[in-house]
Design a protein around this ligand. Structure first.
Ligand code: FPP
Length: 236
């Protein structure tokens, strides 16, 4: 689809949900569902940056996802390494800068190494930003930011009056524009603790499609829907 005359989100969020159900319906394993999701993600991101959407945040793994079966968690961790090392080479070449949001604790060392390498190798890229939320929870992000405030106050580095909206935004995991549009696939009607501060005025879209099937055509439909929304940001 031609995007030339459309309003594009400056920051798009994707909650990649439904890999498990996609697999179960096809009598495949949950791991096969995640593999299909990863394959779709690579194609979708290429399309998104080709269409000049400049910043994308994706929910790869929530802090709560560690409660899943060890086998599934182990599979996902291995999948992340493969994707970061091999499949995202094309993003690197496209000039996309990759950053991560979330807590480092509990992430296996080899996954952390692959994350650090990807961040390091893409740090000077300017053609787009990919923020990968991994071991991420929106409430924990606010807890971590609050701890920074207390620390800095106790160290005498800032005063209560200096804590403004701008200060808070500079002390979240990443400094990105606010989310304009959040797509949560699979028909679930919730925000799922995804970037809750950054999505204060985001438009939400809840397609029924499971993530492995949320392809370029589905994104076109989502972007057309975004263009129908009247954004008022609390005004009239
Ligand atoms: C939610 O589906 C999906 C996840 C917990 C993992 C998302 C991961 C990928 C798409 C793989 C590739 C990602 C990166 C960043 C390399 P679900 O398992 O909760 O599905 P269900 O609700 O149907 O069970």
């Amino acid at each position: 689809m031609d995007y030339t005359n459309l309003v594009l989100p400056k920051h798009l969020g994707i909650i990649m949900d439904g890999n498990g159900r996609w697999a179960t319906e096809k009598q495949l394993t949950r791991s096969q569902g995640h593999k299909a999701g990863a394959k779709n993600l690579k194609r979708l991101l290429t399309y998104i940056y080709d269409k000049k959407i400049p910043c994308v945040s994706i929910y790869a793994f929530s802090t709560e996802n560690f409660k899943r079966d060890k086998k599934e968690v182990d599979y996902l961790m291995k999948l992340f390494i493969t994707i970061f090392q091999k499949e995202f080479l094309s993003l690197k070449e496209k000039g996309v800068k990759v950053v991560f949001s979330g807590r480092k604790e509990n992430i296996p060392k080899d996954v952390l190494n692959a994350m650090e390498k990807l961040e390091q190798e893409t740090k000077d890229n300017k053609q787009g930003i990919l923020n990968i939320c991994l071991n991420y929870g929106g409430q924990y992000e606010i807890v971590d930011m609050t701890q920074k405030i207390v620390e800095q106050i106790l160290e005498g580095k800032i005063t209560k009056e200096e804590i403004t909206k701008e200060w808070i935004e500079k002390n979240l995991y990443q400094q990105l524009p606010p989310l304009d549009f959040v797509i949560h696939t699979s028909g679930e009607l919730r925000t799922s603790n995804f970037m809750i501060y950054q999505s204060a005025y985001a438009e939400y879209y809840f397609p029924k499609t499971y993530f492995p099937d949320f392809n370029e055509e589905q994104l076109d439909i989502a972007i057309l829907e975004y263009n129908k929304r009247k954004r008022r940001f609390g005004g009239n």
